[in-house]
Design a protein around this ligand. Sequence first.
Ligand code: ZN
Length: 48
Amino acid sequence: MAIDPVCGMKVDERTTRYSYAFQGTSYYFCCQHCLETFKKDPAKYLKK
Ligand SMILES: [Zn+2]
């Protein structure tokens, strides 16, 4: 399972339709909204 970096939900990377490659890594999202939010400001969700 992958973790949605925006909301923290577990996402099944085999079935989700929402994925995005950023700096050579693929990220997976629970919904279109989280994907769009991530795209706007990826760095915000990768830094902790
Ligand atoms: Zn989400």
